[in-house]
Ligand binder design. Sequence first.
Ligand code: HEM
Length: 412
Amino acid sequence: MSSALDDLLDFTRPAFRRDPVPTYNCLRERAPIATVERGALQFTVLTRHADIVTVLRDPRMSVDRSFQPKPTGDDGVDPATLHPLARALRALSRVMLFRDPPDHTRLRGLVNKAFTPRMVESLRPRIQALVDELLAKPLADGGCDIVRDLAEPLPILVIAELLGLPATDRGDLKRWSDNLAAMLDGSIAMQHLASAIPSAVALIEYLRVHLEAKRKAPSDDLLSAMLAAQEQDEHLTDDEILGTAVVVMGAGHETTTNLIGNGVLALLRNPGELEQLREQPGLIGTGVDEILRFDSPVQATSRVPVETVELFGARFEKGREIGLLLGAANHDPAVFADPGRLDLGRRDNRHVSFGFGIHFCIGAGLARLEGEIALGTLVRRASKLALAASDDTLEWRPGWLLRGLTSLPVTV
Ligand code: HEM
């Protein structure tokens, strides 16, 4: 690989962190199937929309890095006899994001039964009330940090509501799931394991207590709905329910924070579109999908072939990781007209920000609803919405897989 290409593939560069799109465009044009070698590590990076979709729909492409059979269902071990760490690891091994069929199909079915469009829609008034509550002080003060005051607190409050957990526990829930998010995106660095493991244990023990309480007194929430699904299917275990609750927390909060933060920034940088949205509030429906495409909260995912595969004229070796740059696919001119332009009314928006295929985001409906309500309400009520810092001082969170700002000071 040329050193110019090697530089392009260094996603820690400050220029890439500020704006990854020029790098994506360059890669897509010059090396759409780029092979990377970093010491003993070899992987392939894809940037074309069509190639990424082809890989995501191919059943030979696995999300399971170990290829080891793992137990699901009931393994006959009573959780009460296990050390809390072993209990936590058992529940985490039941996370659907890292399982292939047939386990994945079972685990996903569990959530599908419970996480219905009706349940998501029933959260609308509650999400609106939470957004109104969170915006009350900023509107009275005339300014705020959108990330700290709206984008960060909202998703964790909504997930607590969805699972039927007390909102007063949100401080703990946020801390535990922040630490866990690194574990769930599969790229945990050793130094973060030290805080992620106790968080995993604390979160799972906390959820286990609430699960027992819901078993005795069910209510209208996702944990109770999963317990009801368990009554229909004796093979579903408590660990699978807990693993699912954990993945919902881990996958659903920072991603949605970034949708709101990146969305407000995209609107501020495109005042014409912001004005359009003020004049036509109904644009928020297509607008949220355009924001997801334009500055994707999840920039990449990956797959590993379970056998050597030939696809679109290239050879993918068994076991060698394939990086799929979703953010690059979302700016592919073969699919999107004028991809660098934010067009809130864009039709036929085939972005892959929620993935594609069997692992397509289960929370997409909920994330869209939160985005619509948060951004729609802000634009409607904040008549003086403007950036209160210089654009070039904005900072992005560490890591590049999940893309979001650390803070976004605005006047409202
Ligand atoms: C803007 C916000 C969100 C974005 C951009 C996003 C993105 C994604 C993506 C790209 C995937 C597929 C990963 C892959 O195929 O490797 C995924 C899967 C998933 N997401 Fe989301 N997500 C968001 C919000 C949520 C929310 C709110 C929830 C739940 C409350 C959620 C729960 C899940 C779950 C459970 C999966 C795994 C599905 C499976 O493996 O079958 N996500 N998400």
